[in-house]
Design a protein around this ligand. Structure first.
Ligand SMILES: [Zn+2]
Length: 185
């Protein structure tokens, strides 16, 4: 039931974070994975576009789940949809420390997210690990469903520092071992 108890109702509104503030917060969360043995530069938030409340926060789960599709964005959207008990994320914004790959961006279209906000770019990530060279905006333009607004790069230098951290550079060497790819070291 709607509550309309005078003009002062619902004044406990959460202060909305700017995209930069949100990205900085997400990068610092993602850096927490560097405290353990499995650093991972791909962190995601799903945020209610209107209220700014966070629905889900996670990092890439490919290694721990032995699932090549468990990129941070896919994982976040799966968790978010399960939490909402709906296959739609309309009304939500996906924040990610790195521009979504075509797989993740396709899922963002299928899920109907309002916005996608990213930190580092696919080109940034490609200096360290395999990528498919199709930008998030190019994927968005190919769908005939409502297109999410794509914003980025935001706080690119900071987000990219996730990739150039010595611990992550060492992890990339292990990730890419024997895969014949020249890396930034
Ligand atoms: Zn992806």
């Amino acid at each position: 039931m709607a509550s309309t108890t005078g003009t002062a109702s619902k004044t406990t509104r959460i202060k909305k974070l700017s995209d930069s503030e949100r990205m900085r917060d997400l990068v610092s969360f993602t850096f927490k994975t560097y405290e353990g043995d499995s650093p991972n530069p791909f962190g995601c938030d799903i945020i209610n576009t209107k209220t700014d409340e966070r629905l889900v926060r996670c990092v890439n789960g490919v290694g721990i789940e032995n699932d090549p599709s468990s990129h941070g964005e896919v994982r976040a959207m799966r968790l978010g949809c399960k939490k909402l008990k709906t296959p739609s994320l309309r009304g939500y914004t996906l924040f990610t420390t790195c521009e979504p790959c075509p797989m993740c961006m396709s899922m963002a279209l299928w899920a109907g997210v309002d916005r996608v906000v990213y930190g580092a770019t696919i080109d940034d990530a490609a200096r360290h690990c395999f990528q498919i060279y199709l930008s998030a905006r190019e994927v968005a333009a190919k769908g005939d469903m409502p297109r999410p607004v794509v914003t980025g790069p935001i706080e690119q230098e900071l987000a990219y520092s996730l990739f150039t951290h010595p611990k992550m550079l060492a992890a990339f060497r292990v990730w890419m071992k024997g895969k014949r790819r020249k890396l930034v070291t």
